[in-house]
Structure formats: structure tokens, C-alpha cells
Design a protein around this ligand. Structure first.
Ligand code: NIG
Ligand code: FE
Length: 386
């Protein structure tokens, strides 16, 4: 069964390199067996079994959210409100969510994750990563990753989020690199460490990532959100797929990242919600660094599931062009996960978003407005705005 989506005012096609977006006007998209059969000018579209007229809306590839913490319980709105009156963000807030998460049943954790995933679909996200990191004991990290693995292949073990209450630092690191790692290993593809002030040092990060790599996991990193501990050279040396946050970078860090295989993942929701300075993404882009944009959805530093919001902030506050931001939120996310996606090339999974707007530029031009009209994964509609 093939379907032709016609009446597309503009179709944004993402290319291989950072920021490469081709906009086709008066376009059509053909889908067969869940895959893209054709994406280009309507005048050259093939005949299909059925046709759907999108009535002048625009189409973009589905967003790929490479950084999300969806397994948690509780909320931290009071902590958020205290920041607005000047209290700085600190890693210690994570322990509040750890208490709530440990106390929650599997059903509660699963229901919360599923509610957030439904929000992802409504925001145009078609592939996403899920991290653990609010269990911080063997039992709850394992429960978290089992639930994560029910919903995505992109699962990340973040036992090294902070040292939990009541445990000696050395004992905890021993567990994260030993018993806990072995327990979660069947359910985790990636290993992540929060290398920052109040979390883990560069030396500890090295030890934890190397243990994860030895166990067959692939490395990625939370780093330089609160302070720059100097971990960027290690991240590149260990071939981390991505360093995320990267709010504070030196010129040397930028030089090391450019030309490396490590993506920098921008998390605009985190700077927004923690009242922190934004990284200069334009400078990173000029240095030839591949950028991704992710939601960082979590109850502490970035409680948003809206990729359009993150795009709008990246454009307004970080200096990306609308095309660079679109690329970063689609193809960039896929590169940060070292996977396919974020593209409407022939043969790709038909993951796409219909915007109730004439072009992708409206994502940042009309901030805070629900422009996502429909979201499709492998040609199947998973969201339709009522
Ligand atoms: O990516 N920075 C570390 N982890 C999360 C926040 C966790 C929290 O505050 O609960 C982040 O921003
Ligand atoms: Fe995060």
C-alpha cells in the first residue's frame, strides 16, 4: 500500500552535513511500507494507491530527541520557582527526584514515561533516547532501564548522575562500575556520566566510562553545565558519541571538538529553566562542530517535552539559523545517537511531521504555538491535533 501526501507548501529535506537543509516548495511525499518512496517536487511525484491532501501545510522530518530523562516520579516546581528569585541550579536537586523514584512502583514510573512520550509525539518527536539516573541503587536503576527498554532502543545507563544520600563515594563508584553495571547491561546501550561540579570528577568519569565500555556499552556525557572541569579532551579521546550541555567551553575545548567524531548536544530548555547563560552555538557551528538539539526532559533542569520550544530558544538565544536548528533537532539528534533518522531520504523510515504553518521557520517565528498538526512514525500516524 502506497500513500501520496500532496498539497505540501514546503518540504524541508535534511542533508548529511550540519545545517544542510533543502526546502522544496509545492512538494509531495510518497510513503510505501513505512518507508519514504519519494520526497520532492509535486510535479515529479509517483502515482500511489491513495492520496492525502495536506492543504498547504509544511512537512519536516521527525525530531530525534537524543537526550531525555523520562523515568522518574514526582516534580520539583518549588525548586524551579526558587531559581526565579535567584537560587542557582545545583546537582543536589537530583536527590529529591531519587527519593520519589525509589518510592514509585513500576506501574507509576511506566505511566509517567508514557504520558511524556505522548507529549513527545505531540511535539513532533519520532525517535528518542531514555536515561536512567533517578534510581541510583541496583534495584531502581534496573527497574528504570527495563521500563526504558520497553519504549526505545536508545537506552542509557546514568548511574553516575550524583552520589546518592547515605552511600560513601568510593563505594558508590565501585557499584556503578561493578554490580550495578552488570545488572543493567542487558537493557542499556549507552553509558553516561554527569561530569560537573557537585557530580563526578574527570578522573571518576574516566573510570566509569571505561568500565562501561569494557562491559560493551557506548559512551556519552553530560558535561560543562555548571562548571568546566576539563573533561572535553577525555570525551573525544574515548569517542563519546556526544557531549551534552557544553554550556561552558574554552577555545581549546572547541578546537578539540571540531574535527572530532563527538557531537555537541545543546539543551536550550536547561539554560532556560535554570536561568543560566546560553552557549554560543553559532561559534561552535563556525568551528565545524556537529550540533544536536535535545529536550533534556527531566523534572529538575528542563521539564519540557517540546522540541519546537527548544528550537525557538536555540534560534533566539544561541544564534542558530532556523535551518541549523531544524537540522540539529533531526539529523543532529540521530548523529548524537549514532543511528539513522532525521532524514526523508528515499528508503528512510517515514518519520515525519506535518506543521500547520507554511514553513519550518515558523517553529521559531511562532514560539509557544502548537504548530504540530500530525506526527508519523514509519508511515503510521501517532499524533493528530484535534
Ligand atoms: O541533564 N545535569 C544533569 N542531569 C539533568 C538534570 C537532572 C536534575 O536536575 O534532575 C540535566 O540537566
Ligand atoms: Fe540531562
Amino acid at each position: 500500500m502506497s500513500t501520496l501526501y500532496k498539497g505540501i507548501s514546503s518540504l524541508a529535506l535534511t542533508g548529511e552535513s550540519f545545517g544542510d537543509v533543502l526546502v522544496v516548495e509545492n512538494a509531495a511525499l510518497a510513503v510505501a511500507d513505512g518507508k519514504v518512496l519519494y520526497a520532492g517536487p509535486a510535479s515529479k511525484a509517483p502515482a500511489c494507491d491513495q492520496e492525502i491532501d495536506l492543504g498547504g501545510r509544511s512537512v519536516i522530518p521527525g525530531f530525534v530527541d537524543s537526550h531525555a530523562h523520562l523515568i522518574f516520579a514526582g516534580e520539583r516546581s518549588e525548586e524551579f520557582a526558587s531559581r526565579i528569585t535567584g537560587k542557582p541550579y545545583a546537582a543536589g536537586g537530583i536527590r529529591t527526584t531519587v527519593r520519589a523514584t525509589r518510592a514509585a512502583s513500576d506501574e507509576e514510573l511506566r505511566a509517567n514515561a508514557e504520558k511524556l512520550i505522548a507529549e513527545f509525539y505531540a511535539s513532533g518527536i519520532t525517535q528518542f533516547e531514555i536515561k536512567s539516573g533517578y534510581g541510583l541503587d541496583v534495584e531502581t536503576e534496573l527497574r528504570s532501564l527495563k521500563i526504558a527498554a520497553e519504549h526505545t532502543q536508545h537506552t542509557t545507563f546514568l548511574g553516575a548522575h550524583v552520589v546518592p544520600e547515605g552511600v560513601q563515594r568510593a563505594d558508590y563508584i565501585k557499584s556503578v562500575t561493578g554490580e550495578m553495571l552488570q545488572a543493567v547491561r542487558p537493557y542499556a546501550k549507552w553509558i553516561d556520566v554527569f561530569c560537573d561540579q557537585g557530580a563526578f570528577s574527570v578522573e571518576e568519569t574516566k573510570q566509569i566510562l571505561e568500565a562501561g565500555i569494557a562491559a560493551g556499552l557506548k559512551p556519552r556525557l553530560h558535561a560543562n553545565q555548571i562548571a568546566n572541569l576539563g573533561v572535553i579532551p577525555l570525551a573525544v579521546e574515548l569517542n563519546c558519541a556526544s557531549v551534552d550541555h557544553a554550556t561552558h567551553l574554552t577555545a581549546e575545548d572547541i578546537a578539540v571538538l571540531s574535527g572530532s567524531n563527538t557531537v555537541v548536544t545543546l539543551l536550550p530548555g536547561a539554560e532556560f529553566s535554570t536561568k543560566s547563560p546560553y552557549p554560543d552555538a553559532r561559534r561552535l557551528a563556525s568551528a565545524g562542530i556537529t550540533l544536536a538539539i535535545a529536550t533534556d526532559c527531566n523534572p529538575g533542569s528542563s521539564y519540557t517535552t517540546s522540541m519546537p520550544f527548544c528550537i525557538a530558544v536555540a534560534v533566539r538565544e544561541m544564534g542558530l539559523t532556523p535551518e541549523q536548528a531544524l537540522w540539529a533537532a533531526t539529523r543532529g539528534g540521530a548523529k548524537a545517537l549514532r543511528t539513522e533518522g532525521g532524514s526523508l531520504e528515499v528508503g528512510a523510515s517515514a518519520d515525519f511531521v506535518v506543521l500547520d504553518a507554511p514553513s519550518h521557520v515558523f517553529l521559531s517565528y511562532r514560539p509557544g504555538v502548537q504548530l504540530v498538526s500530525q506526527t508519523y512514525i514509519a508511515g503510521r500516524r501517532v499524533f493528530e491535533r484535534q
